[in-house]
Design a protein around this ligand. Structure first.
Ligand code: FDA
Length: 307
C-alpha cells in the first residue's frame, strides 16, 4: 500500500524540497539516474552499447511552469543529439520525451509542446534515430496521441507509449497496431483513479497480456517495456506464435533495474533497449521508481538514517 502514498508524494513540492536536500539522496538516485549532464552520460552510452545493448535516452524533468523551461528542455535534447552524432549509433540510441517537459500543461500547451518536440524529432532523424513519446497521467493522453499522429505525418517512425492499467488502452492498441508504428507497452506508473484504470496488480497483468497480443498480432513494431519475468516469457511466446523474428519486436527495461536480465536477453539475440535517464530534475522519475518497489524506499530510508 506504500506505492500510492509515494506516488502522491511525487507531486508534492514540500516533499520534493525535503528529498532533494537530503545529504545521501544522490547515491541512491544514481542507481536509476546515472548522470546529471551530457558529459556524464555519453561514456555510459558508449559502455552500454559496447555491451550489445540499445538505449532510449530521457532528459529527466516534467511539470515545468514557464515556456522558457520548455525551450530549455528542447535544447537539452538537441545538445544530447549533437553529442551522440559522432558516435554513429543510429537507432541504437533513441530518445524518450515527456511532453509535459515541453510545455504541454501550460497555456496553449498542446501547440507549444508540438512546436518544441518537432525540432527534436527532426534532429533525431538527422542522426538516423527516432523519438518515443512517453505516456504520462491519463489527462494528458488525448493531446499526446494527437501530437504523435501529427509528428508521424513527417516522421512515421515516431513512437508512443501505452499503459496497460488504463481501460482505454485496448482500443488505443487496436488503433496503433498498424504498419510502421512503434508502440511501447508498459504497466503504467502514475496514480490513476478507479474510473479510468485497473487498480489490482493481477488485473493489470491480464490487461498487459491482452494488449501485448494485439500488438504482436498487428503490423506495427511492439516494444515490450517491463521487468516482469512472467511477461517477458509471455512476450517471447506471443512473438513466436505471431511469427515475428527477433528484430521485429524489442524488449525495454529501465537503467538500474534487473541489469543482468538486460545482458541475458541481449546475449540470447534479442533487441534489448535500456531506458537511460539523466539530468538534475530527477525527483518525479525517482519517486515513481520508489513507488514501484517499496523495498527501494526501505533502502533509501536506511541510508538516510545510517549516514
Ligand atoms: P513490476 O512492477 O511487477 O515489476 C516486476 C519486477 O521488476 C519486480 O518484481 C522487481 O524485481 C523489478 N522492478 C520493477 N520496478 C522496480 C523498481 N522501481 N526498482 C527495483 N526493481 C523493480 N510508465 C508510464 O506510465 N509511462 C511511460 O512512458 C513509461 N515508460 C517506461 C519505459 C520503460 C522502458 C519501462 C521498462 C517502464 C516504463 N514505465 C512507464 C514504467 C512502467 O509503467 C512500470 O511502472 C514499471 O516498468 C514497473 O512495472 P514492471 O512491468 O516492471 O512490473
Amino acid at each position: 500500500m506504500l506505492g500510492p502514498v509515494i506516488l502522491a508524494a511525487s507531486r508534492s513540492d514540500r516533499m520534493r524540497r525535503l528529498v532533494s536536500a537530503a545529504p545521501v539522496t544522490k547515491q541512491v538516485v544514481d542507481r536509476f539516474i546515472p548522470g546529471e549532464d551530457v558529459d556524464e552520460i555519453v561514456p555510459i552510452v558508449r559502455d552500454l552499447t559496447a555491451k550489445g545493448l540499445e538505449l532510449t535516452m530521457d532528459v529527466v524533468g516534467e511539470d515545468i511552469t514557464t515556456p522558457e523551461q520548455a525551450a530549455a528542455a528542447r535544447d537539452a535534447y538537441l545538445e544530447l543529439i549533437d553529442r551522440l552524432k559522432p558516435l554513429e549509433l543510429g537507432s541504437r540510441a533513441e530518445m524518450s520525451v515527456k511532453l509535459s517537459m515541453f510545455g504541454q500543461a501550460l497555456d496553449g500547451g498542446h501547440e507549444l509542446a508540438l512546436a518544441n518536440v518537432r525540432p527534436v524529432v527532426e534532429a533525431a532523424a538527422g542522426i538516423g534515430t527516432t523519438v518515443t513519446l512517453d505516456a504520462e497521467d491519463h489527462t494528458t493522453l488525448d493531446s499526446m496521441f494527437a501530437i504523435h499522429e501529427e509528428l508521424r505525418k513527417d516522421f512515421p517512425e515516431t513512437g508512443c507509449v501505452i499503459q496497460a492499467y488504463l481501460f482505454r488502452t485496448e482500443a488505443d492498441a487496436r488503433r496503433l497496431a498498424a504498419a510502421g508504428s512503434r508502440v511501447r507497452l508498459v504497466k503504467g506508473a502514475y496514480k490513476e483513479p478507479a474510473e479510468v484504470a485497473y487498480q489490482d496488480k493481477h488485473e493489470i497483468d491480464k490487461a498487459y497480456v491482452r494488449v501485448l497480443r494485439t500488438l504482436m498480432e498487428g503490423d506495427g513494431y511492439p516494444m515490450v517495456g517491463s521487468h516482469d519475468p512472467r511477461l517477458i516469457a509471455i512476450a517471447q511466446e506471443l512473438a513466436h506464435r505471431a511469427g515475428r523474428k527477433p528484430d521485429e519486436y524489442e524488449f525495454q527495461m529501465l537503467y538500474g533495474i534487473r541489469g543482468e536480465e538486460h545482458l541475458r536477453l541481449a546475449a540470447e539475440g534479442h533487441r534489448m533497449r535500456v531506458y537511460t535517464a539523466y539530468g538534475t530534475d530527477w525527483y518525479g522519475y525517482f519517486m515513481r521508481r520508489l513507488a514501484e518497489k517499496p523495498a527501494n524506499l526501505r533502502f533509501f530510508a536506511r541510508s538516510m538514517v545510517t549516514k
